[in-house]
Structures are given as C-alpha cells and as structure tokens.
Design a protein around this ligand. Structure first.
Ligand code: BES
Ligand code: MN
Ligand code: ZN
Length: 463
C-alpha cells in the first residue's frame, strides 16, 4: 500500500507547507504574526478556528506560506483522528506545526484515512496530499499498523465472489509464506476425521469447501497467544435465510478473521516475544440440499452436543470448534473476534464493539489500550443467569435462545462453554464495517479492535 506519509529526511519534506494548529481563541494573533492582512484573508475564507477548519495564508510568489488549521477550544483536537481531514487540502506536502495532540495518532489517522479500496476501479484515484512524519514519531511503527489495517480492510471489502474459503486460504498462505509463518490447513471431509464437526456442518452446504486455517509463529517457549477469527466468507443465513437487507453486507462476515490476521501482521513485523497462533475457520454459510438444518443436533469437537435452533447463528458453531482446539494447549491468552450478532449493533451501534471477559486485569488493559489508540470498545457482561437461556430439550445446549433478548451476551456465553483451560480469554463481537466515514475511518471494511489488541500485546510482550 502506498502510504501518504513522507519521512522528514525525504527531499519532498523540505518544501512542505506548515499547518499551523490554532484555536478559536488564538488564531487571529497567530495569523497576524504571519503578516499584515493574513487574519483578514483567513476570515474572508470563513475561518473561525473551529475544529477541522482550514484557511490558507498567502506567501511569496502566490505560494501559500502556511495553512491555518482550527483545533477548536484547545490545541488538542477532540477527535484524535481529526488530522486525517488534512487529506482534503489541495495537492501538496504539508507538515504539522504546533500540534498539541498525540502526533503518533495524528500520523496514523492520516495514513489510515488515505486508504482506498480500488481493486475494482479502472483508474485508481491518485493520492495527492502527503504529510511529513511529525517529529518524535516512530514512522516505521505507524506504517506497520496502517499497512496491517489496510490488509484487513482489503480482505473484508473483497466480495465473496472473489473471496470464498479457498481464496481466503490462498491469501493467508501467501501472507504466511512471505513472513515465515507456518500454516496447516484441514479441508472438506478431512474436517470430520480431524474432529471439527461443526466447522464441517456449517460449511458443507456450499460448493466451496470449508476449512480450518492454523497459523503458528515464534519461539515455542514464549508465552502462548492465540487469536481466533470468524471466517464466514458469506452468510446467507443458511436454511433460516436472511432477508435482502440482512444479507446485503454479509461478505464482511469474515471480519473477525481479517482482524486476527491484521493483528498477526503487526505482531510478526514488530517481532513480539510470543508464540502466536491464529485459527480461522473459513466457511460459506450457503443453501443447498446438503446444508445443515434447523432441528439438527451436532456433536462439537469438545463433545458437547448442540441443537440447531437457527442456522443463521452459524458463527458461534465454527468458533466453538476452533476455540476448543485453541483451549487444548492452555494458551496464556486467547482472544476471538467475530461479526457475531446483530444484537451487538442494537446495543452499541456500529462503531463501538462490545467485548467480554471474566479476567478483570485483561478487561482493564483492553479498555485502557482501546482509549489510548483510539480504537474504542465497551465491556459487556458474561451474565451467568442467562446461561440457562441456551438450554435445549434434547441436547446439551441450543445454538440460540428463545425470545431473542441479550443476543450478544448469550452468544458470548455460548462461546464460553468451549473455553476452560486458557489462562485468560476475551471475545470481541465486532461489526467489521464503517457505514459512515469519519476521520481516519473510510467507508467499508474495518478490522475493529485490531490496533487495540496489538497495543495490549506490545505492552505485555515487547522485546
Ligand atoms: N453474521 C451474523 C451477525 C451480524 C449481522 C453481524 C449483521 C453484523 C451485522 C450472524 O451470523 C447472525 O446471523 N446472527 C444472528 C443470530 C441469531 C440467529 C440468534 C443475528 O444476529 O441475527
Ligand atoms: Mn448468521
Ligand atoms: Zn454470520
């Protein structure tokens, strides 16, 4: 991915136009200091120093001397990603001057905001606005994170016609080969022999064979961190078919897998001291004569039997087998990511994914790192009394509850039954999508919580 950040040592940085960060209170005096009439010129452009506003200050030979950039009430913008809006300036190279906020987040926002999904465009739009990496910012670290997020976004944005379980495997294989990451794959009916019956059941209705991707990297003796990502390449709902609105975006139902892979890329490239494992059950929840049915009873990898109340609650089924496998080696930290429930959106909306854990220290670290890197999440409870809602009349459990209350909580409780030995476990019920663009967050696929989990891992396991 071509990034729109310029190193200070790059010749292009020498002539960069300074972007003066000014507040509503101080912008006039700052503009006056630039020269006679500059404040009046800015005012004529409608400039008031409001957050995100820009105005040009004229310089010699018609070249702008500076850009005034409003930060509102203070030098620190309310949205740490606001500097991404500088990408709307006319073509050129710019540098921040007097920025009082988090310069790392500013540079990151600019890079994240410069993302385009142009795989299907005949003529990709050129990136004309570039920002000089601010002083004191670790440019390589910013680039690593932005590139990993872009990789995850590309996977989510790619339609199911070009990204089924096999294509996802190919993408992961190429990714792993380039980075010295080991990959083991179990495909189709081999899933039965290897005891992943629920991955098989969910995926068997599709002509595109289901599979389990198992990636490992790092020293065997290092702390074991395992990431599990829901890889439903398309979710029709199965025989409990979704309606048109419900199905429209379901190419993104592998958003959990994309998130896990984005984190893996950050971890590997930062060479954290972990033994990393990434598990991706990759399936298409399709409709055919071989689809699993409502009322079926599946025996899971763990041995628990699951009555199928609804074939559209497929994510928890494939995750259950993957989590059971992950749990077997007692990882130090087990984290899963899944576009699991519509109920999570009803509760918190598209931009604030809920997370679940019984580990108080982990919960505190997640909340803190999420705020620190502007990757917001909100803790919801693994409310034990609701466990009974998953009771089945004929099997150990049902995959759905009756009544439909607390849908995200009960889905998390379902997953918890398959995690016993892991030292700590957290589950993120993500949306994986930005429906309305915001600074640093372009429309489309988004590996939510990836940057936060990497920040947490970096804090715990940096070299
Ligand atoms: N992939 C969906 C959940 C989803 C829907 C996430 C829309 C993001 C946006 C999942 O497989 C699903 O269909 N869940 C059902 C569960 C229900 C049948 C208990 C849901 O949320 O409706
Ligand atoms: Mn579904
Ligand atoms: Zn789904």
């Amino acid at each position: 991915m071509a990034l729109s950040l310029v190193d200070p040592s790059d010749p292009a940085a020498a002539g960069a136009t300074p972007v003066l960060c000014v507040s509503a209170a101080d912008w006039r005096s700052r503009a006056d200091a630039l020269g006679d009439g500059v404040a009046a010129f800015a005012q004529a452009q409608g400039f008031e120093g409001k957050a995100g506003q820009t105005a040009f200050a004229p310089g010699a030979g018609g070249k702008p001397a500076a850009v005034l950039w409003g930060v509102g009430d203070g030098v620190r913008p309310s949205d740490p990603f606001l500097p991404a809006k500088l990408a709307q300036l006319p073509e050129g190279v710019y540098r921040l001057d007097g920025f009082g906020g988090d310069a790392t987040l500013a540079a990151l926002a600019f890079a994240l905001g410069g993302y385009r999904f142009d795989r299907y465009r005949a003529r990709p739009a050129p990136r004309a606005v570039r920002l000089v990496m601010p002083d004191g910012v670790d440019g390589d670290a910013v680039r690593r994170v932005a590139e990993a997020v872009a990789m995850g976004r590309d996977l989510i944005n790619t339609p199911a016609s070009d990204l089924g379980p096999a294509e996802l495997e190919t993408a992961v294989r190429n990714w792993a080969q380039a980075r010295g990451v080991a990959l083991a794959v179990t495909v189709g009916d081999d899933l039965l022999a290897a005891n992943f019956p629920m991955v098989h059941a969910v995926g068997r209705g599709s002509s595109r064979a289901p599979r389990l991707l198992d990636l490992t990297w790092g020293e065997e003796s290092a702390p074991k961190v395992t990431l599990v990502g829901k890889g439903v390449c398309f979710d029709t709902g199965g025989l409990n078919i979704k309606n048109d609105a419900g199905m429209l975006l379901m190419k993104k139902d592998m958003g959990g897998a994309a998130t896990a892979l984005a984190i893996a890329q950050m971890v590997v490239e930062a060479r954290l001291k972990v033994r990393l494992r990434v598990l991706v059950p990759a399936v298409e929840n399709a409709i055919s004569g071989t689809s699993f049915r409502p009322g079926d009873v599946l025996r899971s990898r763990k041995g628990l039997t699951v009555e199928i109340g609804n074939t559209d609650a497929e994510g928890r089924l494939i995750l259950a087998d993957a989590l059971a496998l992950a749990d077997e080696e007692q990882p130090d930290l087990l984290v899963d990511f899944a576009t699991l429930t519509g109920a999570a959106r009803v509760a918190l909306g598209p931009d604030l994914p809920p997370f679940y854990t019984d580990d108080e220290a982990l919960a505190a670290d997640v909340a803190r790192t999420g705020a620190a890197v502007n990757d917001p999440v909100w803790r919801m409870p693994l409310w034990k009394p609701y466990d009974a809602m998953l009771d089945s009349k004929i099997a150990d459990m049902n995959n759905v509850t009756t009544g439909g209350f607390a849908g995200s909580v009960t889905a998390a409780l379902f997953l918890r039954r398959f995690v016993e030995k892991a030292k700590a476990w957290a589950h993120f019920d993500i949306y994986g999508w930005t429906p309305a663009e915001k600074p640093g967050r372009p429309f489309g696929g988004e590996p939510q919580a990836a940057r936060l989990v990497f920040a947490l891992l970096q804090e715990r396991y940096a070299r």
